[in-house]
Write a protein that binds this ligand. Sequence first.
Ligand SMILES: O=P(O)(O)OC[C@H]1O[C@](O)(CO)[C@@H](O)[C@@H]1O
Length: 597
Amino acid sequence: MSKTSMQQTSPASATELNRDAEDYSTTPEFIYGGPFIKVDKPSPFLNVATPINLQLQGSFKKSFAYYSLKERMPVILTKVIDYVSREGSKIKSASGGTDDDLHSFIQYVSKLKNDLVTNKKYDLLTVDTPEAKRWNQWIESCDAQTYFMNTWVFTECYVYRRLREGCELIKGLANFDPFDEQKDQSFNNSMEPMCVVAEKLLTMLPESDKDKRKADFISLLKICLWSNKCDLSLSMGEQVTLKNEGVKTTPSRDVLDPFQMVLDLKDKVLVDDSAKIADLVVTRAESFAKAIEGNTSLKAKCSCNRLATSAGVPLCPQEEKPAEAPAPAEGEQPAELPPCPAKFTIPQDVMFDIVCDNSGYELFTDLCLAHFLIAQKVVQKVRFHVKAIPWFVSDVTPRDFKYVIGSCANGNYKREIPPEHKPEPAEGEAPAEPEPPRVISADSLRQLGGQWEKFVQDGVFEVLSDDFWTSPHVYKDMKRYDPDLYRKLQFATCVLFKGDLNYRKLLGEKNWNPMTGFEPALQGFMPAPVAALRTVKADLICGLPKGKADQLNTIDEKWMEKGDYGVIQVCAKCEPLKVSERPCPLYGDTCRGTVCQ
Ligand SMILES: O=P(O)(O)OC[C@H]1O[C@](O)(CO)[C@@H](O)[C@@H]1O
């Protein structure tokens, strides 16, 4: 940590929370000549782990939530301050900010950190945007409005939203991402495994028979699972690279092969629904393809075939406003209005959705899976849902998406691995032919990157960054807070949620009995089949077989906090929005589209 930032932050000490027992009892008082009476106020902190069926919260002192809010988040914020102090000149020239801007930002972040460690009440956001207003409405509606007393995920999201506000309020830093350097560095540190995966992926792309396609789909899902180990929020911003766990090699010949890693970590996958996901995506994609093919009636209604607005397709100009029906001439039938696009149930393309988590190597693997599904003609389009603002340190933003694809397209890497040392030939034996060195290069990576750039241009890959993903809400509440997004997801063959944060939001941040099924834990969030790939980095889980959680607790009581274990889960059931839950966003309450009944 730089000296400068230490001097500038002067935060309240994190140990203040350790004095919570003192904080919540009054000092003895002298009451009109009477006795000294010690009055204890009950401490809101409890010396327990999160009880079953409650939401995770910083008030449970033996929980990861408490530790995270007290130790991890302040470090993350300190590192932001450090970065700004250390790289001031670079940040100023990239963003156009001034010294005063940087100083104001550091002060803003210092206050935020101070408020967090002293468990202050949330401040309202002061930026004036509809999205900030929605945040404020939510804050005002919360029963508990302090950092440790509200649900953990809410507080964490709030801190990242406030960090963003720190930039929004300062004109010269409006586009500044405090984590850009860490994210880019993490991408660059993973060049070798990316080259290895890229080379193998190229062999998986030519259309293959059903069985091979399924096997490749499954191994790519597992590559995507373990790439979730590489997140910079759990490591508090320290670089994380994949490691050859338990494999002994000579350093000069040591090559990390993520496909080998999938095999080595087989027993660490606690629930493995990967085969189910592969079957389900293919079957559903086939029926979507048929439905689109047979959807002649809707096509006939719009000259440009762009009526499936809620499937994520931009409105065609003539659809932007529902035309007022012209008054019919005498004796004529009233003209038909175009149908309300929000009511369509058939998308334009067969799509697969990925709700992304981390940038860098993890995003690279997501792109590989997407490319595979396109190349195998399982789907025609992949929608990537990313964060609109910097989030949980390493989450993908639209800038990162562009950066990763561009860096793959221009990737540069070469390493020669010397051949294995052969023993000297026995006397009279001919010496063995010398083996050529293995060369790991970025050739395949560049080829993929170039193709991905083209996919983005052609709309085969689409990047969406709805505000909902950076709202505090858990996913069971999406119907209520963002029915349009829920409806948009309904058009996917499957929605794949990556990572720990998405998993926490899928489970409503509740400490379920670990044997609760994935489906009940989703609590009605079923816009399309929902799949989750998550390495376990927070103390909640579902869908485990009987006795498994206890067994893991005896092996390592911190097994849920390190990302060493993973789950691949799916819920095939879908629950589309009900008519009562689907307001007509485009046509309003008086929606008169011909199919709006
Ligand atoms: O990148 P992921 O997998 O969403 O993980 C985010 C990390 O942040 C946390 O959500 C909390 O800070 C942890 O649960 C997890 O370690």
